[in-house]
Design a binder for this molecule. Sequence first.
Ligand SMILES: Cc1cc2nc3c(=O)[nH]c(=O)nc-3n(C[C@H](O)[C@H](O)[C@H](O)COP(=O)(O)OP(=O)(O)OC[C@H]3O[C@@H](n4cnc5c(N)ncnc54)[C@H](O)[C@@H]3O)c2cc1C
Length: 310
Amino acid sequence: MEFLCQHVVVLGSGCAGLTAAIYSARSGYETVVVEGSLPGGQLTRAPSVENYPGFPTGISGYELISLMRKQAERFGVTFIGDEAKGAHVGEYRKIIRCENIELHCLELIVATGSSPMKLSVPGEDRYEGGGGVSSCATCDGPFYKGKVVAVVGGGNSAAAEALYLSNFCKKVYLIHRRDRMRATETTANKVLARKNIEPLWDSCVESIYGDDSRMSGLTLKNVNSGELSTLRCDGVFVSIGHRPNSDFARGFLEVDKYGYFIGAENDPAFTSVPGVFIAGDCADHTYRQAIVAAGSGARAALAMERSKNS
Ligand SMILES: Cc1cc2nc3c(=O)[nH]c(=O)nc-3n(C[C@H](O)[C@H](O)[C@H](O)COP(=O)(O)OP(=O)(O)OC[C@H]3O[C@@H](n4cnc5c(N)ncnc54)[C@H](O)[C@@H]3O)c2cc1C
């Protein structure tokens, strides 16, 4: 197997990894980015990003990521099309085992992101990314002003998405497979008190239908009776959880019960392993936004630099 020695290895090529790489390389460290199976990360799936500062008329996620990558290349970052499968992490030397290459480095920045969980029903893939199926109300909600939407899920995230959407959507259906929400009581009560949110209990989505380019409704199934019904809506927000991409690091980095990396109390960029830093959605189950991920990438690279100089 080929192997390569670099000063800094960044795992992940989303907004967090690319920003960390820009900061690291610009400070003079030989930096390599391992791209993972989704080069550019989740944002490449966003047809239009309207909340990233600096782009007053919006920009496609793919274009925004391409610009970040170009900026990293300008500072000499090397990109490797591979995925970390495991690592041996000592205080000084870190060895990252990828599918086709082994990387040796002194500093490791982990920015492997997370993946929204899917319904896995017919129509979901077809209408994802601009066709009406979304996993992020903060990102895509404003495209549905005055429209009818559905949120799938019953936890705190689904509740937060439904409340947010109800501020500007005409109607929000909340589809949940149980007969009550899993969200905390206070949050659930807020949802239930909102006039334009209608819960559809004991229901799950069987399929998403529409025309060639856009969805126009859902087929629902009552989990008790098995009865099928249709629900016309302009968009559906799937909020049934995210899965952090942290499996490869189990055993050497601490994760919480959901698999998110845990940062140090006094600075979330640091981990309990000297020379290993974390950034982005793999360590953030709350905000999950591009600008937040980019900011934490900068923070991880700065923390790395600071720890070397201290
Ligand atoms: C459809 C969609 C639309 C969105 N729209 C917006 C929006 O409009 N505005 C906004 O602010 N946010 C938006 N978001 C959220 C935003 O994309 C994320 O918050 C952001 O991408 C997180 O960046 P990240 O770098 O932490 O992780 P990710 O973008 O998830 O990138 C993770 C990277 O790690 C790599 N990776 C994973 N495992 C490994 C491994 N084992 N080894 C090496 N590499 C690995 C992946 O290939 C990927 O490159 C959207 C998300 C989605 C899904």
